[in-house]
Design a protein around this ligand. Structure first.
Ligand code: DGL
Length: 237
């Protein structure tokens, strides 16, 4: 990987006749969960990645700060020649994707969607738990997605307090992670959730710990693969 300021060139284009330059950004390294899902489907795009560590975590920042960081990250990726930009962060998608689309009309943006729809079709108990940041829950996108797909099911919201920090510090499989995740997830199980939606791109890195706590009867839904498919559709246009 080549470092360009805070931008990493994740994968070099192997086919010089192709011109796809795809940029990704998140508050930290964890939008890489989406990059990896994309690389499984496409191995000839040039990928740039911005990890905005100075402002991590986004989840507890005021909306105007998240919007400004989204602008700055987008401009850095445009400077590298990216014409498709993936907001690989649920929090930044919720706070800023509408603004980005308006301010940078020449760029195709792909954002993260809370995976309520697949959860609603999978749940047998009729209770779905969503794990996300505070800012994501406050956003219009989450409310609208819930209103659209949650009829007949109960959706429980839980902020993954401390999850982002654990992942950024590489402690995702530690005892500390087990305790911190249990505190957030156990109340969802007590209320009957049999399906958990990972509504933050940091959380897939805690999947092993979450699964160990919830057991095999509870499914965990990570939207990265669906987002990767959407990137492909956008590139094909
Ligand atoms: N990974 C991000 C998300 O998907 C942001 C987490 C944070 O920085 O608080 O929401």
């Amino acid at each position: 990987m080549t470092a360009i300021n805070n931008i990493e060139l994740v994968s070099k284009n192997k086919n010089p006749s192709l011109v796809h330059r795809v940029g990704f950004f998140d508050s930290g390294i964890d939008g890489l969960s989406v990059v990896h899902a994309f690389q499984k489907l496409c191995d000839d795009a040039e990928i740039f990645y911005v990890a905005d560590w100075t402002y991590c975590p986004y989840g507890d920042k005021p909306i105007n700060v998240i919007q400004e960081r989204a602008r700055v990250n987008t401009k850095s990726l445009i400077e590298q020649g990216c014409t498709t930009i993936v907001v690989a962060c649920n929090t930044a998608t919720a706070a800023a994707i509408d603004i980005l689309r308006k301010e940078f009309p020449e760029i195709s943006f792909v954002g993260m969607e809370p995976a309520i729809k697949p959860a609603a079709s999978q749940t047998k108990s009729g209770v779905v738990g969503v794990l996300a940041t505070n800012a994501t829950f406050k956003g219009r996108l989450f409310r609208e997605t819930c209103a659209k797909y949650s009829s007949g099911i109960e959706v429980l919201e839980a902020v993954g307090e401390g999850f982002v920090e654990l992942v950024e510090q590489g402690k995702e499989n530690s005892e500390e992670a087990f305790e911190c995740v249990s505190k957030v997830v156990q109340p969802l199980l007590n209320k009957g959730a049999d399906c958990l939606v990972l509504g933050c791109t940091h959380y897939p890195f805690l999947k092993k710990t979450i699964q160990a706590i919830v057991g095999s009867n509870v499914s965990i839904i990570d939207p990265s693969d669906a987002v990767a498919q959407q990137i492909i559709r956008v590139l094909q246009k």
